[in-house]
Every structure is written in structure tokens, then in C-alpha cells.
Ligand binder design. Structure first.
Ligand code: SAH
Length: 414
């Protein structure tokens, strides 16, 4: 099917943006929902609303004055109607072309992680690796595949032999398919076995020399927040000589163990999920750190901060890495307010001379917007400076035109 784009959508595709939203479709030629078998009329252009294809179908993109803009895959259900895979006529968009791109993504990781004592990383970051909607995270001998939207679901069976071969050559034994956000079976498991030996529920991986237990069956994201790897290493370096560190929204304790290994005297981890603390404590032990010398608090972060302030507890290293406050563009003003409230409460328990690491994982909040939620008025103090701005690591690459892919912000104030 050939799909005609609006001028705006066509301009985005030319810049290399990989998404065409449904309202970027002006019409189609070649086939319409009700035109099958009506001879020449089937080739007449049809209105945008009547453009129907099956998820996973290859579509050619065109626009006014541009008979060929590129090729993509149709998604019948997502607000993103087409994900763009290529801007060139050749080669054909088939599983071999996809397998070649995957091989390129995997080969880059071979170089990036060689000799770094790291066994968990993102092997393919979807759009950022030019394989839109396909995310593959490696946890040592297990690879977890996640599909955004429905376009690649019909391709999985054909892609699997290629994946098994390319991943197998790198020591991956089992492949699991992660259910879309929110999906889980009756036992709460979110991972379906698709290749190799049975999937373990938990694995211990290594990250820049640090052991980390990952809950593959029930954990968040594909098991762990691999995108914070370099920032965890930064926290480890910042922790030297600190008396009391505080890790807010601590999940499986990645930043906590980094602070403890880096030399922080006592680390307090706060999360509303007690199961995450159990994982964190096992990770402490895996690294030879006694968790009983540290503190794990199951509480709402805002309640905790209020009580800590009232008690007079102060910290000289604080990490704050909340879940996304802005799931959509519309939610942005409210999200900025929530970040401000959080940062005000955090600043009240930060020692003079302390370091604050504040993170945001929402793509709708830009770095500039986010840094703004750490201004003097919000923090109610004027003794801090922005020491560094960081983002996501190399295994989470993006494209210049794909701003949505640059979601992680990590601001260090001192
Ligand atoms: N910093 C973590 C990832 C944090 S994910 C890492 O690097 O691995 C967000 C975490 O915040 C989840 O574990 C969730 O249980 C927790 N959470 C969400 N809202 C919370 C709240 N209001 N109070 C405490 N914990 C909360």
C-alpha cells in the first residue's frame, strides 16, 4: 500500500523522525478498506480515515511532489500509524534487512562493553538503533525482547531464528518476550519464554564491576533500569567521604549499593515497594556489603521527607529518581509542579555542602524545563550550583530528529 502524508508529516520523515501519527496520513492509493476487487477503482486515492492495513504490513510513504519518501510498517492500533524503517528504495524491507540492522546494533555493543565487566545492557534501542519499536535487553545469558505497538508482532516468528543465532553467538542462551506495559499472567509474571532453556525468574548480572540482582519475571521495565548505569557509577564516585546518603525511589537499590560501595557511611533507601527492598538487600550481600548497616524504608517519599525534616535528619548525598510524572504532553504543567514539590522537600533535608542528584525519565520534560524545577526559589536556598548535566548511556542511542528518545536527565547540584 502507498500512503500519502500531510506536508508536516512528510517534513518530519525527511528529517529522519521515525513516527507518522494517524493525523499525518492524508490518504492512500493501492487499496482501501472496502475497495477490494473493484478493479480500477481500487487504485483511486482514498480519504485518510479509510486507510486500513494490517499491523506489520509494509507501506510506502509518499507526499505532494515526492512519489517516494520511504518505507515503514503499519500499526493498526497505535496512535503512531507508521514507523519509518528506511528512506531508500533498496534493499527491500524484509526480515533479512531487519536482521542486518540488528547485527549492526549488536556489533556496536560488542565494542562498547568489551572489557567493562558489564553483562547487562540494551542490545537494541528500537528507533534509536533504526529498528523502530524493537527493544532487546540483555541480562547475561537471557535476552528480553519488548515490542512497542503491534507492528512487529507478526514478524517475531520470522525474526526469531536470526535473533537466536546472532544473540547465541554472543553467549545469550534464552530469549523471553516481555508483555506490553501493565501486562502480566495470573502469577504476576510479565515474561514469556520463546527460545532456549527455561527462563530464570531472577539473575545476578554485573554492571561496571558491581553485582546486581534483577527480577526478570516481575520487575519494572524489562527487569532493571539499565539506562542509569553510568549515573550509578557517578554516584559511586560522589559517595567518597559522605556520612549519610539518601536514595529516593530506590527500587532494586542500584544507586544505594553504588553509594555504599563508594564509601557512604550509611545509606537510606526509600521506596513504596517492599519487594524491591528485598532485592536490594540481596544485591548488597552479593557485593559484600552488610545491608543491616544501612536502612531500607518502605514509605511514600513525600511522607518520608516530611518526617525526616521534622526529625532533623540531614543527608550529604541525595539521589532522587522518581517514576515519570508526565506520561503525555498535556500532563506537563502538573508534572513540573510535582517535580518542584519534590525538590523543595528534598532540599530541606540536604546538608549544606551536600550533593543532590535529581533525575527525570519523562521525554515530555526537556533538560531546560527540568533544571528549572531545581531553581533557587524551589530549593529555598542559594548555595548550590549545577555541577554536571547527564543523560542516558550509549546503549540507549537516539536519532537527531527523534527528541522523544532523549528522555533521561540526571542533574548533579553541589
Ligand atoms: N532509581 C531506580 C529506579 C526508580 S523506579 C533505579 O535506578 O533502579 C521508580 C520507583 O519509585 C519504583 O520502585 C516505585 O515503587 C517507586 N515509587 C513510585 N512512587 C513512589 C512514592 N510516591 N513513594 C515511594 N516510592 C515510590
Amino acid at each position: 500500500m502507498r500512503v500519502h502524508l500531510t506536508a508536516t508529516a512528510a517534513a518530519a520523515v525527511r528529517r529522519g523522525h521515525p513516527w507518522v501519527y494517524r493525523d499525518g496520513i492524508a490518504g492512500a492509493a493501492g487499496r482501501a478498506a472496502s475497495a477490494g476487487g473493484r478493479g480500477a477503482r481500487a487504485h483511486r486515492a482514498v480519504a485518510a480515515a479509510a486507510v486500513v492495513a494490517a499491523s506489520g504490513e509494509v507501506v510506502e510513504l509518499a507526499a505532494e511532489g515526492a512519489p517516494f519518501l520511504g518505507r515503514g510498517l503499519w500499526d493498526a492500533d497505535s496512535p503512531i500509524a507508521v514507523r519509518v524503517f528506511q528512506r531508500t528504495q533498496a534493499p527491500a524491507l524484509d526480515e533479512r534487512a531487519l536482521a542486518e540492522r540488528l547485527e549492526r546494533a549488536f556489533a556496536l555493543r560488542d565494542g562498547w562493553f568489551a572489557g567493562r565487566d558489564t553483562t547487562a545492557y540494551r542490545m537494541c534501542n528500537g528507533e534509536g538503533d533504526r529498528v523502530p519499536s524493537l527493544v532487546i535487553d540483555r541480562y547475561d545469558r537471557v535476552a528480553v525482547v519488548r515490542l512497542d505497538g503491534g507492528l512487529l508482532a507478526p514478524w517475531v516468528e520470522r525474526l526469531l531464528p536470526h535473533l537466536a543465532r546472532a544473540l547465541g553467538a554472543r553467549g545469550v542462551r534464552s530469549i523471553g518476550l516481555r508483555a506490553p506495559a501493565g501486562g502480566a499472567d495470573a502469577e504476576g509474571k510479565k515474561l514469556t519464554h520463546v527460545h532456549g532453556p527455561p527462563l530464570p525468574e531472577r539473575v545476578v548480572v554485573r554492571e561496571l564491576g558491581v553485582a546486581m540482582e534483577v527480577d526478570l519475571a516481575r520487575g519494572q521495565k524489562t527487569g532493571a533500569f539499565l539506562d542509569q548505569r553510568d549515573n550509578r557509577a557517578r554516584v559511586r564516585a560522589l559517595a567518597a567521604g559522605r556520612r549519610r546518603a539518601l536514595n529516593l525511589f530506590s527500587y532494586a537499590g542500584g544507586f544505594s549499593v553504588a553509594a555504599a560501595l563508594g564509601g557512604a557511611g550509611r545509606v537510606t533507601s526509600v521506596d513504596s515497594a517492599s519487594a524491591a527492598h528485598a532485592t536490594a538487600q540481596r544485591t548488597f550481600r552479593e557485593n559484600g556489603v552488610d545491608p543491616s548497616a544501612h536502612e531500607f524504608v518502605t514509605a511514600d517519599v513525600f511522607d518520608f521527607l516530611e518526617k525526616a525534616r521534622a526529625r532533623g535528619d540531614r543527608y550529604d548525598l541525595i539521589v532522587s529518581d522518581p517514576p515519570s510524572f508526565a506520561p503525555s504532553e498535556r500532563a506537563k504543567p502538573r508534572a513540573l509542579g510535582a517535580y518542584r514539590r519534590l525538590h523543595t522537600a528534598v532540599a530541606r533535608v540536604l546538608d549544606p555542602g551536600g550533593v543532590l542528584c535529581a533525575a527525570s525519565c519523562s521525554s515530555h520534560i526537556s533538560m531546560e524545563d527540568f533544571v528549572g524545577t531545581l531553581d533557587d526559589a524551589t530549593l529555598e536556598r542559594d548555595d548550590l550550583r549545577v555541577r554536571a548535566l547527564h543523560g542516558q548511556p550509549e546503549d540507549h542511542p537516539t536519532l537527531p530528529a527523534w527528541w522523544e528518545g532523549r528522555y533521561l536527565k540526571f542533574v548533579v547540584l553541589e
